[in-house]
Structure formats: structure tokens, C-alpha cells
Design a binder for this molecule. Structure first.
Ligand code: ZN
Length: 305
């Protein structure tokens, strides 16, 4: 499998999102009562789990839960099985857990290594979509309440003259492995404000309005680390719905060795050789978050030399 096809955590297209079904409310209602249907309960951005992982409600159980719950959204089809998610955030954690037959709530990022990749991805998808519903209760244009539509993939403003359609928001961020100029085989890692003393990671930042992804890479590297970069090349992307991110990975090459951190977002940045990074791994440190694209960027780079 080449780099572009390797699946990162929280993505991978495990469900058929079945877009055409979103505009068929009659069919969606029927699916919600089918005996094979699965409904995933989410509580305030957290998965509800029992001893074996996230609970999956049957349609029958879900019909009892839904009367006390917030939005129900259609996630897609797993083969012939319809998969929905239901938001129990209005309840206390204990009430939500009891209602769902779960023991407690857990952040899916704490479970990711133990879950099947498809289960982690679908939990993250459910969490991100339901988060958006809780944040988008009103129309930003006229202030009228907005109601869920299209199986939960759009909200419609109820203001008579307005009726604006509101779509889920995704906030793209770039994450960059910067290489030193020449053939010296060094990459730039930084210590972020608030990170532990010896925790270094790749550089990242949010894309601003009116920027391409490549523009954002060049601006962020200059602002945060005082580094001018060229040869900005796309490496892959990762769904990061915590709550609304999309991480877009790049490589870039610095035009000089000079580094000047901003002292706000970054406290320190310096060049590491592959040997230094391998030593860090050998001494038990991880390269970034193991479930995140920065880990992949660093692993790929290490594998090249
Ligand atoms: Zn409106």
C-alpha cells in the first residue's frame, strides 16, 4: 500500500455514507426501526462504553433512549446495516450511561489502540457531527432556531424570510515536517507552550481565510519558527473531529538553518538528525501522538535514511 492509501486513525471510509438516503426521510424513519439497525450513543463528545468498548444500541433500545435525547443523525450503511448516532448530552453522565446500558464515558482518543480502526473512525465521526449540532442551534444570520435536516447533515434556519441552510463546519490545520537545506538529513521539531520539558513535535497551525494550504504552511513556519520554506509537498490528511479538525500533512524544506521561535506558541525549535530521533524512540519517547498524522510524518521520514 503506498503512502496515500495507508489509513490513519479516525478516517478510512469504513461506512458507506449513503448520501442519497439523507434526502429520503421516509426511508430513514423506516431504517430507524429495523431490527438490524445500530445506534451509537454519544455523551458530550465522549463514547459510552461497557467492558468491551463503545455500546451499540439496537433500534428497539434506541427508540426508548431517543425520547430523552437530543439529535439522532444518520451516519451511513455498514453493508446492509444502517448506523445512526444519538446525542445524550442533555443528561448527566450517569443517566446517559444507564440509559444506554453503558458503564461510563470515555474519549475515543483514549480507546483508539484497542478499537478496530473502523469502530474508532465511526465513533469520531459520530462525535464530531453531534458536536456541530450542539454548537449550531441557531442561525448566525438571523438568530432564529435551526433544525436538523437531511439525516443530520444540514440544519435549516426556521426564520421565515431567511431559511438559510447551515452545513457542518470543518477547520483545516496544516502540520509540517520541515527538513534542513542540503543533504544533511535533519528535521525541525519544536517544543510547544504548555508541553512537557522534553516533548518535541512537528509544527502546525490553522489555515486562515483567503489562504491555500501551501500559503498556510509558509506563513506558519515563518511566524512560529522564523523559517522560510520551499518545496511544500502534500503528504496526506487525517480526520480530526475533536471537535472539527482536518489535519493536512506536508513536507517542506527550509532555506537556511536559522531558527527563531516566537516564544508564544513555540518555546524552542531545533534540528534533529535521524540518529537522534531513533535514540529518543529507543529511550521510550514516542514520535508525536501515535494516533496522529505527525507520528506518520516522522516515521516516514525516519524510514528514508
Ligand atoms: Zn436565518
Amino acid at each position: 500500500m503506498d503512502t496515500a492509501e495507508r489509513v490513519l486513525a479516525y478516517g478510512g471510509g469504513w461506512l458507506d455514507r449513503a448520501g442519497p438516503l439523507r434526502t429520503d426521510p421516509t426511508r430513514l424513519s423506516a431504517l430507524l426501526t429495523e431490527s438490524t439497525t445500530v445506534v451509537l450513543p454519544i455523551w458530550r463528545d465522549r463514547s459510552l462504553v461497557d467492558g468491551d468498548g463503545p455500546v451499540r444500541l439496537t433500534a428497539e433500545r434506541a427508540s426508548l433512549v431517543r425520547s430523552a435525547a437530543g439529535e439522532t443523525v444518520f451516519l451511513g450503511l455498514d453493508g446492509d446495516v444502517a448506523v445512526f448516532a444519538v446525542d445524550l448530552s442533555a443528561l448527566t453522565e450517569q443517566a446517559a450511561a444507564e440509559m444506554a446500558g453503558a458503564r461510563r464515558s470515555v474519549d475515543v482518543r483514549a480507546l483508539v489502540g484497542r478499537l478496530e480502526p473502523g469502530d474508532a473512525a465511526v465513533q469520531a465521526y459520530a462525535r464530531g457531527l453531534l458536536h456541530w449540532h450542539r454548537q449550531q442551534r441557531y442561525c448566525g444570520t438571523c438568530g432564529a432556531p435551526a433544525v436538523s435536516d437531511g439525516g443530520g447533515h444540514v440544519r435549516t434556519c426556521t426564520g421565515g424570510e431567511c431559511g438559510r441552510l447551515l452545513f457542518p463546519r470543518i477547520e483545516p490545520a496544516i502540520i509540517v515536517l520541515v527538513e534542513a537545506p542540503g543533504a544533511s538529513g535533519r528535521c525541525l521539531l519544536a517544543r510547544h507552550a504548555g508541553a512537557p520539558e522534553d516533548a518535541y513535535s512537528t509544527l502546525a497551525g490553522f489555515v486562515e481565510v483567503g489562504e491555500s494550504l501551501e500559503d498556510a504552511v509558509r506563513r506558519e513556519m515563518a511566524e512560529e519558527a522564523g523559517v522560510t520554506v520551499t518545496h511544500v509537498t502534500y503528504q496526506g490528511s487525517q480526520a480530526w473531529p475533536f471537535p472539527a479538525g482536518l489535519m493536512v500533512g506536508f513536507r517542506a524544506t527550509a532555506t537556511s538553518d536559522e531558527v527563531r521561535v516566537d516564544g508564544e506558541e513555540l518555546l524552542e525549535a531545533r534540528w534533529f538528525t535521524r540518529a537522534e530521533l531513533r535514540d529518543r524512540v529507543a529511550s521510550g519517547r514516542t514520535l508525536g501522538r501515535v494516533d496522529a498524522i505527525d507520528h506518520r510524518l516522522l516515521e516516514d521520514w525516519l524510514a528514508e535514511g
